[in-house]
Design a protein around this ligand. Structure first.
Ligand code: PEP
Ligand code: MG
Length: 865
């Protein structure tokens, strides 16, 4: 026989799957000997069966009846009795807390007879009839589904006995039925109503947002009622064993004299600080502090509790390991280590990379939460205030005068880079978390909200139109919250981040930075995964190193072809003969070399993986339409040639076109130039007494044949530079694995590769057939809403599909070349969940933008626990 009912004395904290979090913890408190009103829990099994079949399991009725008899025996009171009747609460409680999302029914057991018993027992007509009135209202709304307004409309008298009659009439009118006087019927139907509330719209919505599975079901807790609203010696409150906002030691909470728990939760009346209870009822206060101390020791963590005092007697109604801010999480974990309640491993397990990331950036002060002007995708965290500008040049111009600006674009392109550097934040109306704006902003640690589709950006008119039709001109001050994904009108007050300062300078300024430092040290001591950074300037390399990066896993050389060098790239593309192309490449060579020298110097002694140019060349040419207009209005020979080139190179699917290794194979001299620049930079660093560790990486390889050809060229150039310099320039030559075919033929590709690095951005794009640039703004929201994705596969690695390709490539690559070094440099390298996968798959390192390096170190440590 399946058991569907457990008395509190039979359960325990490790039974949350079956009893829900609330039931499991009530059981645990009961077993600890704390004063918990008696009761029992109906299991999630029963709920699941009810939801699947529409009927509760056959044995449930008898098991509830049995538990009820036991409860009546233990309390010496009878449900629905004439004297001192037993009253019950019926509350939901699933494995994961879903605050306020499901139903509660109080005062079960009251009826026309027992209400008189309650009057006698309590000596208060008002209290008894008011309790009956509450039951009718809650039961009517929850069990019978009557609109709450129908009760509110009737609720025009202060006499609770009259209201009881009125509310019975409401029930009669709405359902054609009488309110059941049988307390057993009240109880069963309330249990069913709680089961059903698992599938209420708000509960479903909440679960989707919190990634809670839909098939868990809720348990139902049936418990003897205690009353905090029985006069000045009664009351109710919530308390935390430490401050959940800061993590500071010392109990913290609110107390509401002469009130029911529901009044506190609903915020109906003003509570007093918990310290006030010490004055009002010192004995209960001391007991409460004592119980909370025991709970914290027992759970070895911050606990929150709900309690009620009924006529001087303290009752514990709920406890759980309490929610806390990121700051409190770090402080409490390390404080518990100092108090010898937990070890460093457990402290590390209790914090996360996402929490660390939240602490690294300035924030808007909590009280400054105003209604946002618009919402978008929270693409790069932090908070920034500035005047809006609509192009890169204006951003640069204003920033040069010291003005703080926010660059607003429909979407960004590599052309916007100078403006992004100059701006405090980037705001776009299109694109998702892997759009150009998002990736580049994250790389620079700039605040970014993208895909704010409610905003209309008119670059020509230099205006931004808000959803309420307000038109904002250039120069209007906005506040952008990249952590929340919101945009606000005006300047919200900012708070600085001590953790960000610490990570940048090593300067510790208090308990929080101490706690973060200790946790990171421990993570570094246990992790197996290396952590590198994606960086392509000496400044980013330096910052990455300060943040603890152990090298560069991806230096995107195309970023070095922008700005004034664009002319040279144009010349290379337009060259009509070998000589012209060579001249253009020769002009690029010293510039590239100087870039590499700077980066290798910053990363001296650590590996620097330099990737050969990747994007389609037409990205370096002007926009086709603009150019066509120019040629039509003011034709010049140069523009005509340029337009011809743009048209020649136009592709319908550039992401699947002439890019990556394909460029090196069709543009003569390009690979030579880049490899020479790398080799000569190595020579220059060696001659300066440095320890350069350049690695050459080939993008978008689909077959070993491509890699073999590029490798031969690269080896020839390395040999030439070695010979010319008299020094040994020995750079490992590896490949990105970012096409499904590369993953599936990794065994062959490994024959020609010294290392692999997964480009999971392209691998996700090509495995799913989803454009990384468009998809988040187009049908993603629909997919998320319909539960096809829980999160974007561009953000968190899709383990089943893309992850399988990764596993195959690791296995087959290492079968060919045991010990082959393998990393990942797509955006997933900085994503907490994905980092655990890369650890489990046996990768050697992850590489992510510099600002994600600390969180990656932390998660790599957690993955190794
Ligand atoms: C990738 O595809 O994952 C990658 C790192 O390369 P990029 O983002 O530059 O295409
Ligand atoms: Mg790529």
């Amino acid at each position: 026989m399946t058991r569907y009912v457990y008395e509190f004395s039979e359960g325990g904290r490790d039974m949350a799957d079956l009893l829900g979090g609330k039931g499991a913890n009530l059981a645990e408190m009961t077993r600890l000997g704390l004063p918990v009103p008696s009761g029992f829990t109906v299991t999630t099994d029963a709920c699941r069966e009810y939801l699947a079949t529409g009927e509760e399991p056959g044995e449930l009725g008898a098991q509830v009846a049995h538990a009820l008899v036991e409860l009546e025996r233990r309390t010496g009171r009878e449900l629905g009795g004439r004297d001192n009747p037993l009253l019950l609460s019926v509350r939901s409680g699933s494995k994961f807390s879903m605050p306020g999302m499901m139903e509660t029914i109080l005062d079960i057991g009251l009826g026309d007879v027992s209400v008189l018993g309650l009057v006698k027992a309590t000596g208060s007509e008002h209290f008894a009839w008011d309790s009956y009135r509450r039951l009718l209202q809650m039961y009517g709304r929850t069990v019978l589904g009557i609109a709450p307004e129908l009760f509110d409309r009737r609720g025009s008298t202060d006499d609770p006995a009259r209201l009881v009659e009125d509310f019975k009439q409401v029930i009669r009118d709405a359902t054609g039925e009488e309110f059941p006087q049988d307390p057993g019927a009240q109880l069963y139907r309330s249990i069913q109503a709680v089961f059903r509330s698992w599938n209420s719209e708000r509960a479903r919505l909440y679960r989707r947002r919190e990634h809670i599975p839909d098939d868990l079901g809720t348990a139902v807790n049936i418990q003897v009622m205690v009353f905090g609203n029985r006069g000045p010696d009664s009351g109710t409150g919530v308390a935390f064993t430490r401050d959940p906002a800061t993590g500071a030691r010392g109990v913290y909470g609110d107390y509401l004299p002469d009130a029911q728990g529901e009044d506190v939760v609903a915020g109906i009346r003003n509570a007093v600080p918990l310290a006030e209870l010490e004055r009002l009822d010192p004995s209960s206060y001391r007991q409460l502090i004592d119980h909370m101390g025991r709970l914290e020791h027992h759970y070895r963590d911050l606990c929150d509790v709900e309690f009620t005092i009924e006529r001087g007697t303290l009752w514990m109604l709920q406890t759980r390991v309490g929610k806390r801010t990121a700051e409190a999480a770090f402080r409490i974990a390390e404080a518990l280590v100092d108090e010898k309640l937990i070890g460093e491993d457990e402290a590390l397990a209790r914090v996360g990379g996402a929490q660390l990331a939240r602490l690294m950036f300035p924030r808007f002060e909590a009280h400054a939460e105003t209604k946002p002007l618009a919402h978008g995708v929270p693409a790069s965290p932090g908070a920034a205030v500035g005047a809006i500008v609509f192009d890169s040049a204006e951003a640069v111009r204003r920033a040069a005068t010291g003005e703080k600006v926010i660059l607003v674009r429909r979407e960004t392109t590599p052309d916007d880079l100078p403006g992004m550097v100059a701006a405090e934040a980037v705001l776009t109306s299109r694109g998702g978390k892997t759009s150009h704006a998002a990736v580049v902003a994250r790389g620079m640690g700039k605040v970014c909200v993208c895909g704010a589709e409610e905003l209309t950006v008119d670059v020509e008119a230099r205006t931004l139109t808000a959803p309420d039709r307000t038109v904002l001109a250039e120069g209007t001050v906005l506040s952008v919250d990249g952590t929340a994904g919101t945009v606000h009108l005006g300047a919200l007050p900012l708070t600085d981040s001590p953790v960000g300062r610490f990570l940048d300078t090593g300067e510790r300024d208090g308990v929080l930075t101490d706690a973060v430092a200790r946790t990171l040290e421990h993570a570094d001591s246990v992790r197996h995964l290396g952590v590198r950074a994606n960086a392509d300037t000496p400044e980013d390399a330096a910052r990455a190193r300060r943040y603890g990066a152990e090298g560069i896993g991806l230096c995107r050389t195309e970023h070095m072809f922008l700005g004034e060098r664009r002319g040279l790239v144009e010349a290379m593309i337009l060259a009509e003969d070998e000589a012209g192309r060579c001249a253009a490449l020769d002009a690029l060579l010293p510039l590239q070399r100087a870039d590499f020298v700077g980066i290798l110097a910053e990363m001296d002694g650590l590996p620097v993986t330099i990737r050969l140019i990747d994007p389609p060349l037409h990205e370096f040419l002007p926009d086709r339409t603009e150019l066509a207009v120019r040629v039509a209005t003011h034709p010049t020979a140069h523009d005509r040639r340029l337009l011809a080139a743009v048209e020649r190179m136009h592709e319908s699917n550039p992401m699947l076109g002439l890019r990556g290794v394909r460029l090196g194979l069709v543009v003569p001299g390009l690979v030579e130039m880049q490899v020479r620049a790398i080799a000569e930079a190595v020579v220059e660093r060696l001659e300066a007494g440095g320890d350069p560790r350049a690695e050459i990486m080939v993008p978008l390889v689909g077959t070993v044949g491509e890699l073999r050809i590029v490798r031969a060229t690269a080896e020839r150039v390395l040999a030439e530079v070695s010979k010319a310099s008299g020094l040994t320039v020995d750079c490992p030559i590896g490949t990105m694995i970012e096409l499904p075919r590369a993953a599936l033929t990794a065994g062959r590709i490994a024959e020609a590769a010294d290392f692999f690095s997964f480009g999971t951005n392209d691998l996700t794009q090509t495995a799913w057939g989803l454009s990384r640039d468009d998809v988040e703004a187009s049908f993603f929201p629909a997919y998320l809403a319909q539960g096809i994705f829980a999160t974007s596969p561009f953000e968190t690695l899709d383990r089943d599909g893309v992850g399988r390709l990764v596993r195959i490539a690791v296995e087959e690559g290492r079968a060919t070349k045991p010990g082959l070094k393998i990393g990942v440099c797509g955006e997933h390298g900085g994503d907490p969940d994905s980092i655990h996968f890369f650890h489990d798959t046996g990768l050697d390192y992850v590489s992510c933008s510099p600002f994600r390096v600390p969180a990656a170190r932390l998660e790599a440590g957690r993955a190794a626990l």
